[in-house]
Design a protein. Structure first.
Length: 142
């Protein structure tokens, strides 16, 4: 098997109806080289996920209309997208919603305002998992 070059940077799709939260995420991710794609509603997110195939989705739990749990259900019910890790974010710590999100397949939950250290730790874990998976498949990081 030939070695394929793979990037350490992640394509992160952030779905949040609050532009200030998206700006904060942009500032957190820029120094690490991760690429952030911003979306302000759930239906647009589903449209973009199909075309852009992000490595990770940061998904706001509480959005008007088609909310975070709706997006998560749609993603996890589609075999093409069910493997994309989703981290739910919310300023409202609703225990039932958190449990529901985790049962639906979210890999983690972050409280707003998002702590940069916590976000970086989760991104580092994801990069490490990708590194391990790709190393077993003969892929080299650059």
């Amino acid at each position: 098997m030939s070695k394929i070059e793979a990037k350490r940077e992640l394509h992160v799709l952030a779905v949040d109806d609050d532009p200030y939260d998206l700006d904060a995420l942009d500032e957190m991710l820029e120094p690490s080289g991760h690429r952030l794609q911003r979306v302000i509603d759930g239906k647009t997110a589903l449209f973009l996920i199909e075309r852009a195939r992000p490595d990770l989705i940061l998904l706001d739990l509480n959005m008007p209309g088609f909310g975070g749990l709706d997006v998560l259900r749609a993603l996890k019910s589609n075999a093409k997208f069910s493997g994309i890790p989703v981290i739910m974010v919310s300023s409202r710590m609703d225990r039932d919603a958190i449990v529901t999100a985790l049962k639906l397949g979210a890999v983690d939950f972050l409280a707003k305002p998002i702590d940069q250290g916590a976000l970086e730790a989760r991104l580092g874990k994801l990069v490490g998992e990708r590194l391990q998976k790709q190393a077993t498949q003969g892929v080299a990081w650059r």
